[in-house]
Design a protein around this ligand. Sequence first.
Ligand code: FMN
Length: 344
Amino acid sequence: MNLTTPADLPLLGAVQSRVVMAPMTRGFAPDHLATAEMAEYYRKRAAGGVGLILTEGTIVHPEGDGYRNVPHIATDAQAESWAPVIAAVHGAGGKIFSQLWHCGRISHAELTGGLQPVSSTNRAAGGLNRQNDKPFGEPRALSAAEMPTVYGQFADAAVRALAVGFDGVQLHMGHGYLVDQFFDSRINDRSDAYGGSVENRCRFAIELLAAVLARVPADAVMVRISPSREMNGLYDWPDLEAMLAHLLPAFAGLGLRMLDLSCAGSDYAKTAGRLMPAVRTAWPGLLLGGASLTAAEAEAELAAGHVDMVTFGRALIANPDLVARFRSGGAVTEFDRAMLGRLD
Ligand SMILES: Cc1cc2nc3c(=O)[nH]c(=O)nc-3n(C[C@H](O)[C@H](O)[C@H](O)COP(=O)(O)O)c2cc1C
């Protein structure tokens, strides 16, 4: 198994490498539409040899927005704006999934078009929202009766994404956003069937996935979770092993076959990497993971059989031709935060 050579993978089929571009919000989508600049940005990464691109988080409904200038996929026109991006990536030999995103309480009414953010809880997230330097907005806990509406927002978005030619969708269930706000007992303070026990805290995610899989084929659906990470105030689900022991078989039982274990920007070896061997044993399908690994570390993870593909985030912002550099053993440019100010 090799990081940079073509592979024929279950579900995904032929990919030009096992390098995956991690989903990265960039904020260059005014009017919530994908642009020609974005098409060129993603095309370059595919042309550089990336096997699979996971797009930046794309908002399924205005109520789920929490960031400025991020793309939405709540209307057909928004979905269609991605057609040139998809064509550019396919033309360069890559595959591309749309990452479907709902921020939940990591938001503010200023970012949702005036709608009150929703969550598992009525309690606001701590700290300041860097999008507007104000405290996060006070959310409204979703009632059980409203949840099917949110599931429908994801399912509709998935249908739209596939209709415009995405190879698949990734449901963002990590990083302290809406679904994670149900998983985590330090946030989820509900006393109904969606709070309390491990089974209850996983219920929202499982029902959401079931609703999506009722509308689109399982070979086009991936889930991203981040059971071990530092972002938006979380670090490890407190009952991590029990959660994974319940969630992973439930996901697999619904037909899910593709899973991405993220640790956001935390140290891979101490977080997601630590879980990979156990998850690998429990997970029958395609497994993705990574975070700032060197080529040698990524090769070692593949060789150990811990993952099938390796995600790279910031290194692919800094090096559109990262795969080619890995192949040639050339120097890799260091990521620098100033690079976030432009899309190239
Ligand atoms: C600028 C930036 C934006 C990000 N946006 C998203 C996002 O929209 N969705 C997501 O799941 N992860 C997002 N992440 C996390 C990355 O997907 C990835 O997990 C993280 O950067 C760790 O990988 P790396 O160390 O290789 O960069 C973002 C990371 C960065 C640096």
